[in-house]
Design a protein around this ligand. Structure first.
Ligand SMILES: Nc1ncnc2c1ncn2[C@@H]1O[C@H](COP(=O)(O)OP(=O)(O)OP(=O)(O)O)[C@@H](O)[C@H]1O
Length: 684
């Protein structure tokens, strides 16, 4: 029986512009069926260990030279003979040594031996080269044994599934083809890719074979649900998404292939391969991430074309992924009306080879003309909604003001001591994370356990203390969120923090980093002038990081000492005006508990570089779920501040974006004063 739980992980294979839920079965845990992938050291929890020891490509090269290890320079990896082939038969050993089967990631130093499937960190590699490893040279690699029940589960599903063309009932086969849009995909193509159909679950089954044809490691099930105005696809993977590293189509790639097209859905790969005959591979989690563990498999290609989808998010993801693969060999198919995703293009009778020929190079030394920019501008104009970023599902008023959460921006967040900054920002980030924004938390003040507990309570929207029997169910779903924690606590150097963030962007495709709070990077400077200079430097470093990495940074900063009965302003942020000048957005949690009673807060957007809308709206705190919401009976709703002194009131819950305020609501006495200094020019 198939139990579908409403999960929180986003589905990239939904029809364009639609949010969705990942369906998860309750059973499988995160283990890899099939032949064991040898792990030189067991993988840590998704917390980023501190300190991450950064290694540069130059250092890796130097090390290899010093130790007399020959190597070849690749696109994202260095290739060397593998020392981890001791357990292989001598014949295979010789072959793998000759073929330089060890791939060392140039950015992280992480290695993968394609022959033995041994993998580990740069430190592990050094240890083994220097003979102080865990016996890797002697061939006693640690290996993670597959959990029997997962292997069985995979095998059981695979054995029950049948090729679509062999379904006994032709009507059923026809219906399945309609549901998955496969009318033009032939049985030969489906057979070529070993796609099957699982009748009881009405799902397509895409296998994950071990490299070298060693067996079945896992699989992905794709179900289709009728949604009235379209079809919604629901994915389930075994093992769970975090461990599902299948480049679908890999067994069909030969050593001679020098070009590949990467897609975000298996169905697109089928269509592309059938229409063009080109090698195609599907990323395991669509546009969500490109795990570096997959890079070695892509090294052989001189040209990589990304055709991920027909929306702005796919385009942004393709640009980010191209950086990892070396942009010089990457081209991107630009989303557009005439360039839908591959399966749609096939169904619409378009010429897929011609679309591929329009792919734009991902790399250019500098923008030489508007010609290269025009495609990007068009992309933004034709996808206005997506250009505005990911919208919060819990804070509609924040959407009305900020329009969304965009990559590459810096948000500064402040509020009085103990006003609930951490609690609010936790929910604000969680909301985005449940929609697929890969998030890294740097909580320097409160422990990760406490933070995770707050987040889990907010995720479950209720106290779990009283329903411990539900803990595992919520924790399972929480675990699947693309959420990572830095393991720092207390004072840290900004360099270490930025290095860790850089690592997370590369390894986990993190696109939102929360830093709570900046004061923990300021060292112990006593003089206030030193402290202000230190803060300016740190804010500058975060700004640069956000821009360079297309990653949003939310920075919590304490306010300077203010009178308790005064509201905070942009200029109340501790330090010079640099923080508010560098920030794209400034958010202030206004605490007026003396007049509004406990629990009531206001969130003020006092700077918004995207479109200038600033304003304030009330938030009510729920102590049970630790969540914030618009007070149900409050008359005080979103107030846009048109200019410095003028308020524009909005109808409370029209729910529509851009609804122009028509009437001015009286500002209740307890609402914070709307008059704020021009956020763009904070006074010193
Ligand atoms: N609106 C609110 N009303 C009452 N209690 C709240 C409210 N918001 C948060 N809290 C509670 O207040 C406590 C402090 O919250 P939190 O740590 O989020 O504040 P903070 O502003 O981040 O503190 P600090 O200034 O020390 O960084 C928590 O126990 C939280 O549950």
């Amino acid at each position: 029986m198939w139990v579908l739980l409403r999960g929180a992980y986003p589905l990239r294979i939904l029809l364009p512009l639609r949010g969705g839920w990942m369906a998860r079965r309750s059973l499988p845990r995160s283990l890899v069926p099939g032949p064991p992938r040898r792990r030189y050291r067991k993988e840590a929890l998704p917390a980023l260990e501190a300190p991450v020891l950064p290694v540069t490509t130059t250092e890796i090269r130097q090390y290899l030279r010093t130790h007399g290890i020959p190597f070849q320079d690749g696109h994202s990896c260095l290739r060397a003979p593998s020392p981890f082939v001791g357990s292989l038969p001598p014949k295979d050993q010789a072959a793998s040594t000759a073929s330089f089967s060890l791939f060392i990631d140039k950015t992280t130093g992480h290695f993968l031996c394609m022959s033995s499937l041994a993998e580990g960190s740069w430190e592990d590699f050094q240890a083994s080269v220097e003979g102080r490893g865990d016996g890797a040279r002697e061939g006693t690699l640690l290996s993670e044994a597959p959990r029997a029940e997962d292997s069985e589960e995979v095998r059981r599903i695979w054995d029950r599934a049948v090729p679509l063309g062999e379904l006994p009932d032709p009507e059923e086969a026809k219906l399945a083809r309609v549901m998955f849009g496969l009318n033009k995909v032939t049985d030969d193509t489906l057979r070529h890719f070993s796609v099957r159909y699982l009748r009881p679950a009405r799902s397509l089954v895409f296998p994950w074979f071990s490299p070298g044809g060693l067996g079945l490691r896992g699989l992905k099930l794709l179900g289709a649900e009728d949604q009235g105005d379209g079809v919604r696809y629901v994915e389930t993977t075994i093992p769970r998404p975090g461990a599902y590293h299948n480049l679908f189509g890999l067994p069909l790639i030969t050593r001679r292939d020098v070009e590949v097209v990467l897609t975000s859905r298996e169905l697109d790969s089928l269509a592309l391969n059938q229409a063009t005959g080109l090698p195609t591979l599907t990323l395991p989690r669509g546009t969500a991430c490109l795990p570096p563990a997959l890079l070695p498999y892509l090294e052989q290609f001189r040209r990589v074309v990304f055709w991920l989808g027909d929306d702005l998010r796919s385009w942004e993801a393709a640009k980010l992924f191209a950086r990892k693969l070396n942009p010089k060999r990457c081209s991107l198919v630009r989303p557009g009306d005439q360039q839908p995703r591959p399966l749609d293009a096939l169904n619409q009778g378009l010429n897929l080879s011609r679309i591929l020929r329009t792919a734009l190079p991902a790399w250019h030394k500098s923008i030489v003309s508007f010609r290269q920019l025009r495609e990007e501008v068009l992309g933004e104009l034709s996808n206005v909604e997506q250009a505005a970023g990911v919208r919060w599902s819990r804070f509609p008023d924040l959407n009305r003001l900020l329009k969304g959460h965009r990559k590459g921006e810096l948000t500064v967040f402040t509020g009085p001591t103990g006003s609930g900054k951490t609690t609010f920002i936790s929910e604000y980030a969680l909301d985005l994370c449940t929609q697929g924004v890969n998030t890294l938390w740097g909580s320097f003040e409160i422990s990760n356990v406490r933070l995770a507990r707050v987040m889990l309570t907010q995720f479950a929207v209720g106290r779990l203390e009283e329903q411990l029997d539900k803990y595992d169910e919520w924790a399972d779903r929480f675990e699947d969120l693309p959420l990572y924690f830095m393991t720092f606590h207390g004072q840290q150097s900004i360099r270490t923090v930025i290095d860790t963030m850089q690592h997370a962007v590369y390894v986990y495709d993190v696109c939102h980093v929360v830093i709570d709070n900046l004061q923990f990077m300021m060292g112990h400077e006593q003089l206030s002038t030193d402290r202000i200079a230190a803060q300016d430097y740190i804010v500058g470093a975060f700004r640069k990081f956000a821009t360079d990495n297309s990653c949003h940074v939310t920075l919590v900063i304490h306010p300077r000492k203010e009178d308790d009965d005064k509201e905070l302003q942009t200029a109340s942020i501790f330090g010079s005006a640099k923080a508010s000048q560098e920030a794209d957005n400034v958010l202030i949690l206004q605490d007026r508990k003396l007049v509004t009673g406990p629990g009531k807060r206001y969130l003020q957007v006092s700077k918004n570089r995207f479109d200038g809308d600033v304003g304030v709206f009330p938030l009510e705190f729920n102590k049970n779920s630790l969540t914030f919401a618009i007070p149900p009976k409050s008359k005080a709703r979103l107030k846009k501040i048109k200019d410095d002194n003028e308020l524009v009131a909005k109808k409370p819950s029209s729910g529509k974006r851009g609804a122009v305020a028509q009437s001015s609501e009286a500002c209740p006495s307890q609402a914070p004063s709307p008059s704020q200094p021009d956020p763009a020019k904070p006074s010193r």
